[in-house]
Each structure stands twice: as C-alpha cells, then as structure tokens.
Design a protein around this ligand. Structure first.
Ligand code: NAP
Length: 450
C-alpha cells in the first residue's frame, strides 16, 4: 500500500490505548490511528472505574496520556460510533477497526426484589462516585442520607472499592479527585454498617490481597467476620495449597477473625457462604434474605436451605460487569463478549477481515489494568500480520480529512481539548486545596474543552 494503514480504535480506555501504543511503536507497517470515544474524556475505567482514593492506580492516566503524543495517533472524543459516525462510514474510512469499548453494564442477581428502590448496581454507584457524565449528580444523595445499613453482594475488587468508599471517614477522602457533590453526599452519609457478602468461602473470593487489607486499615471503621469463613473443606484446602495469592487472602481473613471488635463509628461485616435469595421490602429495600451454602469438591456453592434475614436499607449488586452488543457486529450473548480468535472477530464464515477486538469486550471483565496490555499486543499482532498478508486496505484512499468532514458541525474533543479539561480540573481542585476535582457534566466538560 502506498499510504499508511488507517486504523480506528473504538474506546479510549486502557485496552484501546494499549492497542494504539502497540500500533504506533512498530515500524513494519506504517499506520495512523484514530482513538474514538463517546465520552469527551479518554482513559475509560482508569477515570470512571478505579476508585478516586486509589491515587497511584489512577496515575496510570499519565502513562496512557503520553500515547497521544505518538506520531499518527489522534483522539476523537465525544464521538459515538453508530450515531455520530455510522458503521458504514467507519468501514469506508478505515482499513481496520479495533473494538475496545469494554463491558459497561452490571450483571443481575435474578432474585425477587432486585427492582426495589434501594437495590442498586455497583456499576452505577462507581459511575456516580467517579463523576461519570451519564449519572445524575443527585442519584444517591437522599439514599445515603437515610441509609444506615448497606449490603454489598460479591467479593471481588469492585465490592471492596464500594465498601471502602462507603466506610471511609470524610478526612480519608477529602484529598481525592471526587466531584464536590459526591464528597458532600458521602460526608452527609448516615451509613454506619456495610455487610460484604460472598456466596462461597474466603479461598474462593476474587479480591486481591492489597485491596482486601485496606479494609482492615480504615481510621474510623472496625471490621468483623460474621461467619462462613471455614476453609477446611477439600476444595478450599487445595486452593490454599496451590495458590499463594489465595493463601495470602485467607491469612488476612484469619487475622480479622482474631481481632477483638473495637468500638468504632462505622463497621464492616464480612459474611461468607451466604447466597442472596431474595430482597424484601415495602416499596423499598428493608431486608436481604441469605441462604447458607456449602462448598462442593469443585469449589462451587450449593444451597443448604437454611436461611437468615439481614435488615438493610440498601443492596449494592457487585457481581461483575457485562459487555453490550454493537449493531452490525457479531456478539456472544451468553458470555457477553464479541466472539474472536486471538482478537480477530469471528463471523459465521470465520474471521471478518479488518475487524478486531481487545480488552473486556474480547475476553470478559477480568484482570488488572496491565492485563489489557498483553491482550492488546496479541490483537495488534494479528492485525499487523493481516496487513502484511495483504488482507487489509480495501477502504481505498480515505484520509483523516474525510473523517473530519463527516464530523463537521459536531463538537469533537481532540487531545488539546482533553488537555484543556485537564487544566480546568486541576484549577477546580486547587481552589479546594486538592490536586484536582473531576468535572462531571457533559456540558461542563465540553465547555472546558473549548
Ligand atoms: P469479579 O472479580 O468477577 O467478582 C464478582 C463477584 O461476584 C465474585 O465474588 C462472584 O462470586 C460474585 N457473584 C457473581 N454472581 C453472583 C451471584 N449470583 N450471587 C452472589 N455473588 C455472585 O468482578 P468485579 O469485582 O466486578 O471486578 C471486575 C474486574 O475488575 C476484576 O478483574 C477485578 O480484579 C478488576 N478490578 C480491579 C481493581 C483493583 O485492582 N484495584 C479494582 C476494581 C476492579 P463467585 O466467584 O462465587 O462467582
């Protein structure tokens, strides 16, 4: 081909940006890369997923930001594929498209009472406390002001984040980049008890040890393990013996079991082998019904029929994320991912030339941020091999100018626009004595980008 290969990446989160980096840091195939995001800001879950008090993880943003400085890489923010750019235009403008739009929705418990007022998805709560522009700033203000006891279902890192954010004292969050309305609502919160609920045992929990330990180190919050923490069944014993990370997690729980219960203004209660079977209440959440489980030889939870009720005002479902389909693109509705072979999207007749996938929408919502780097490198290797085999390039002579022309009249946020938002957030933070404060409405983000 006598021109650079034109690649679009849909999604400017870590997986999309690592793919852009892998494309821009090789010399075998000359490329230009447009990283497109429906939001006015880049960084995906690094901005709207990683908890605001995890400052060092959030600082990955700076490394991702530097990827936009590479020659040939552009940011096209505030552009929704399927609406602002149609799929037909995408196919016309680009030789290859990498889908990296993640898994943005919550998984459901599918138990009675899940729709009651006060039963909420962790994805929404996380979006709210990180200042996602799609969330109403007042969404949880009243709920937090009247709730005393909250149940968080699931024992993964998102459940840990949500529990910690609810349990920290105002002094422990005031230095973060939370939007001011979130900080105010958390400061006014009447939540005093958070119940963290796992349907299996400590040896089967998904959290990582560093994150777990933090729950036991909060300044004005005690922690107590309320039951089900035995690890003497064969599946747990074998998981502990074969995996150091599991052994470390179990040791943290064992240490908490030994602690005497201190008199603290807030408490976290950890429950294991407790499966949610119903949420009850008169119009809004009043209690959670839990069934005791046992762990079978394969490490699965089996209900025993023995139930108990927990009086709670709020239930937060933190049982994983799921990806959504995109019109005109194959989708595996049972796994909520785009079917693929090492990143090449699979249609009925095998790989679809020029269509690739990376990140959570490729492999499901798992791993840490760095996992997406390896995942993106695999996808990009396939794309470059296809380019070298002459399989790409049917788009003809489409240029960056053709994309710009198609978006005429639309407010696209480019990298300079993001830098202006960044400046505005630092200035807003400085007024409150913080490094930065997140600007949260789409209107204000767009205004700041201009
Ligand atoms: P996750 O790690 O998959 O955890 C989901 C939890 O929900 C599991 O404990 C699971 O239990 C439980 N669960 C699923 N269905 C359930 C049901 N019907 N009833 C009761 N419990 C149920 O998901 P996540 O916490 O959303 O995290 C997603 C990914 O982001 C993970 O890879 C995580 O490590 C990562 N992340 C990392 C950080 C960090 O590094 N600081 C922070 C946030 C997220 P079972 O195992 O029994 O199915």
């Amino acid at each position: 081909m006598d021109r650079p290969l034109r690649v679009a990446i849909v999604g400017a989160g870590p997986s999309g940006l690592y793919a852009a980096d892998a494309l821009a840091s090789q010399d075998d195939v000359p490329v230009t890369v447009d990283v497109i995001d429906r939001l006015p800001t880049p960084f995906g879950l690094v901005r709207y997923g990683v908890a605001p008090d995890h400052l060092s993880i959030r600082s990955v943003r700076d490394k991702l930001d530097a990827i936009f400085d590479r020659p040939g890489v552009r940011f096209l923010g505030n552009v929704e594929v399927g609406t602002d750019l149609t799929w037909a235009q995408m196919e016309q403008f680009y030789d290859a498209i990498i889908l990296a739009y993640g898994a943005s929705r919550d998984r459901e418990l599918q138990i009675p009472g899940e729709d009651l007022e006060g039963s909420i998805a962790a994805t929404d709560f996380v979006n709210w406390y990180t200042g996602h522009p799609d969330m109403d700033p007042d969404e949880f203000t009243d709920l937090l002001a009247r709730a005393r006891s909250v149940a968080v279902i699931g024992v993964g890192n998102v459940a840990v984040d949500v529990t910690r954010v609810l349990s920290k004292s105002p002094g422990e969050i005031e230095h973060t980049d939370m939007p001011q309305h979130v900080f105010d609502a958390l400061r006014a919160s009447s939540v005093r008890e958070v119940h963290l609920i796992g349907r299996r045992g400590p040896a089967q929990a998904n959290w990582t040890t560093k994150e777990l330990r933090e729950l036991g180190e909060l300044s004005e919050c005690g922690i107590v393990v309320d039951g089900g923490a035995e690890v003497d069944d064969p599946a747990s014993a074998s998981a502990i013996a074969s995996d150091k990370a599991t052994a470390r997690n179990v040791a943290v729980i064992a240490e908490w079991l030994e602690r005497s219960v201190a008199d603290q203004p807030r408490m976290i209660h950890v429950h294991f082998r407790s499966r949610p079977v119903e949420i009850r209440g008169d119009g809004r959440v009043q209690e959670l019904v839990l069934e005791r489980t046992i762990i079978d030889a394969e490490g699965r939870a089996t209900g025993t029929g023995e139930t108990s009720t927990l009086p709670v005002d709020v239930v937060i479902r933190s049982v994983g994320y799921r990806g959504l389909p995109l019109d005109d693109v194959p989708f595996d509705g049972s796994r909520h991912v785009i079917p693929n072979d090492e990143g090449r999207v699979l249609g009925d007749g095998g790989p679809i030339p020029g269509l690739y996938v990376t990140g959570w929408i490729k492999r499901g919502p798992s791993g840490i941020i760095g996992t997406n780097k390896k995942c993106a490198v695999q996808t990009v290797s396939g794309l470059l091999a296809d380019a070298q085999a002459g399989l790409l390039g049917a788009a003809g002579g489409a240029t960056a100018a053709a994309v710009d022309a198609a978006l005429t009249g639309w407010q696209v946020v480019d990298h300079d626009g993001w830098r202006r938002i960044d400046e505005a957030e630092r200035a807003l933070g400085a007024r409150a004595g913080r490094d930065r404060t997140t600007v949260h409405t789409r209107e204000d983000l767009l205004a700041a980008s201009r």
